[in-house]
Design a binder for this molecule. Structure first.
Ligand code: ACO
Length: 427
C-alpha cells in the first residue's frame, strides 16, 4: 500500500479547566511565571466523572461516527498511554466494548507505554502493520490518552488531559515519510513513576529539559543524515514547512525550535540568515555539555529563530497552550492545532514531528500532506475536530476547586474500582 498514514483524527479534552493566570495568583508565584515563563494559557483536568478510559471511549466513538467508519472495518487498535489504570488489563480491552457490539473481536494490538512516547510507538505499530504482509486490508486505529497531574510544586502547572484518536490506512492525506525516522533512546531518570500508589511522577525538571534537548539534537542529526542519503542533498530547516514538537509547556517548544536553528548554524552557517550568524557566532565553540547549560545561548537561539518560529511553529501551539501537557496526546494535539489553523493550505507541505518520552525514548519523523478523498480529507478532519467550539464550550474552574479535585483523586487512585462508561461529547 502507498502513502500509509493518518486518514482521520478526532480529539477530546475535558470541559473543565483552570487558567494559568488564576493559578499564578492561587499559588502565590510571581505574575507571569506560568503565562510567560512557561508560556501556558490554560490547563484542562478531569473532574471526578472522567478518566483516560471515558475520554478514549468518547473519542473513538466520535471518530467512528463522524467519519462513518463501520467498527468491523478496524483490524488493529493500538493505545498509547502512561496513565496506569490497571497494572495488567490494557486500556485497549476497555475500548473493545465499542467493537464487540458490532461483533468485531478480531482486532490486534495492545497498549504501549513509555511516558509521553507511547502514542508514537502505537502509531508506528499501526503504520507498520498496514505496511506489512500481515495486513488484512482493514484500518488501524491509534488512541493516545492521558491525564497529566503533578504533586503540588513547580511542575503542577504543566499538567493537562486529553484523548486523541487517529485512523490509519493507505492513501492518507497525512502520509508518513517512512524512510525518514531518527530515534534516540537511552536510560535516564528525568521523569518516572516508581510509586505505584500514586498517580504523580517524580520529576527532575531541569534534567528533563536537558534530556529532551539532547534527544532532539540526536534525532535531528539522524533525520538529516537519512534525508541526505535518500535525497542526495543536505537537509536544512527550509526543507520543512512546519515543525511540531511534544509540548509539555510552550517555553520548551520555543527553546527546541531555537536549538534546531542552532544545529543548522553549526552544520553549515549558510543555512541560517546573516543576522543569525552574527548572533550565534560567539557560541560556535561551546562543547555539547556547555551548550545545554548556557542560558545566553538559549536566549540567542530563540531570538535568532523568532521570525521562523512564527511561521513554522506557532500554528501548532494552540491546543497545547490551552489544554496543557497531554503526555502521549501532546504531540498529536499540537499537530491537530496546525490542521485547525492551516487547513487545506497544508496540501503539498512537509511537517517534521518530534516525539519525546522521558526515561527516555524519542523519534523525529515527518509527514507529507495531501488533500485526500472525502471523508478522509484535511478540511473534513478540521470540521470534525471542531477545535474552536470545543475550546469555547469549556468551563473555567477556580484553582481552589481544581486542587480539591486532585485531592479527591489522590485518595481514590488505586482504591475503589469504578465501572466505566462512555461519556459522549455533546456535538
Ligand atoms: N515572568 C516571566 N517569566 C518568569 C517569571 C515571571 N514572573 N518567573 C519565572 N519565569 C521564567 C523563568 O525565567 C524560566 O524561564 P527560562 O526557562 O526561559 O529561563 C521559566 O519561567 C520557568 O521558571 P523556573 O524557575 O526555571 O522553573 P520552575 O521551577 O518553575 O519549573 C519546570 C519549571 C522545570 C518546567 C517544571 O514546571 C517541571 O518540572 N515540569 C514538569 C517537567 C517537564 O514537563 N519536562 C519537560 C520534558 S518531560 C515531559 O514531557 C513530562
Amino acid at each position: 500500500p502507498a502513502n500509509v498514514g493518518i486518514l482521520a483524527m478526532d480529539i477530546y479534552f475535558p470541559p473543565t479547566c483552570v487558567t494559568q493566570d488564576a493559578l499564578e495568583g492561587h499559588d502565590g508565584v510571581s505574575k507571569g511565571k506560568y503565562t510567560i515563563g512557561l508560556g501556558q494559557d490554560c490547563m484542562a483536568f478531569c473532574s471526578e466523572v472522567e478518566d483516560v478510559i471515558s475520554m478514549s471511549l468518547t473519542v473513538v466513538t466520535s471518530l467512528l461516527e463522524k467519519f462513518n467508519v463501520d467498527p468491523k472495518q478496524i483490524g488493529h487498535l493500538a493505545v498509547g498511554s502512561e496513565t496506569v489504570i490497571d497494572k495488567s488489563k490494557s486500556i485497549k480491552t476497555f475500548l473493545m466494548q465499542v467493537f464487540e457490539a458490532s461483533g468485531n473481536t478480531d482486532i490486534e494490538g495492545v497498549d504501549s507505554t513509555n511516558a509521553c512516547y507511547g502514542g508514537t510507538a502505537a502509531l508506528f505499530n499501526c503504520v507498520n502493520w498496514v505496511e506489512s504482509s500481515s495486513w488484512d486490508g482493514r484500518y488501524g486505529l491509534v488512541v493516545c490518552t492521558d491525564t497529566a497531574v503533578y504533586a503540588e510544586g513547580p511542575a503542577r502547572p504543566t499538567g493537562g488531559a486529553a484523548a486523541i484518536a487517529m485512523l490509519v490506512g493507505p492513501d492518507a492525506p497525512i502520509a508518513f515519510e517512512s524512510k525518514l525516522r531518527g530515534s534516540h533512546m537511552s536510560h535516564a531518570y528525568d521523569f518516572y513513576k516508581p510509586n505505584l500508589a500514586s498517580e504523580y511522577p517524580i520529576v527532575d525538571g531541569k534534567l528533563s529539559q536537558t534530556c529532551y534537548l539532547m534527544a532532539l539534537d540526536s534525532c535531528y542529526r539522524l533525520y538529516c543524515e537519512k534525508f541526505e542519503k535518500l535525497e542526495g542533498r543536505p537537509f536544512s530547516m527550509s526543507d520543512s514547512d512546519y515543525f511540531v514538537f511534544h509540548s509539555p509547556y510552550n517555553k520548551l517548544v520555543q527553546k527546541s525550535f531555537g536549538r534546531l536553528y542552532f544545529n543548522d548554524f553549526l552544520r553549515n552557517a549558510s543555512f541560517v540568515d546573516e543576522v543569525a550568524r552574527e548572533t550565534l557566532a560567539p557560541y560556535a565553540s561551546l562543547s555539547g555539555d556547555e551548550s545545554y547549560q548556557s542560558r545566553d545561548l538559549e536566549k540567542a537561539n530563540q531570538q535568532a529563530a523568532k521570525h521562523l518560529y512564527d511561521a513554522k511553529v506557532q500554528p501548532s501551539t494552540l491546543i497545547p497552550k490551552q489544554v496543557g501537557n497531554m503526555y502521549t496526546a501532546s504531540l498529536y494535539a499540537a499537530f491537530a492545532s496546525l490542521l485547525h489553523n492551516k487547513n487545506s493550505s497544508l496540501v503539498g507541505k512537509r511537517v517534521v514531528m518530534f516525539s519525546y518520552g522521558s526515561g527516555l525514548t524519542a523519534t523525529m519523523f515527518s509527514f507529507q500532506l495531501q488533500e485526500g478523498q472525502h471523508p478522509f480529507n484535511l478540511s473534513n478532519i478540521v470540521t470534525v475536530m471542531n477545535v474552536s467550539d470545543k475550546l469555547k464550550q469549556r468551563v473555567e474552574i477556580p484553582p481552589e476547586k481544581f486542587v480539591e479535585t486532585l485531592k479527591i483523586m489522590e485518595h481514590r487512585y488505586g482504591g475503589d474500582f469504578m465501572p466505566r462508561r462512555t461519556r459522549l461529547l455533546v456535538s
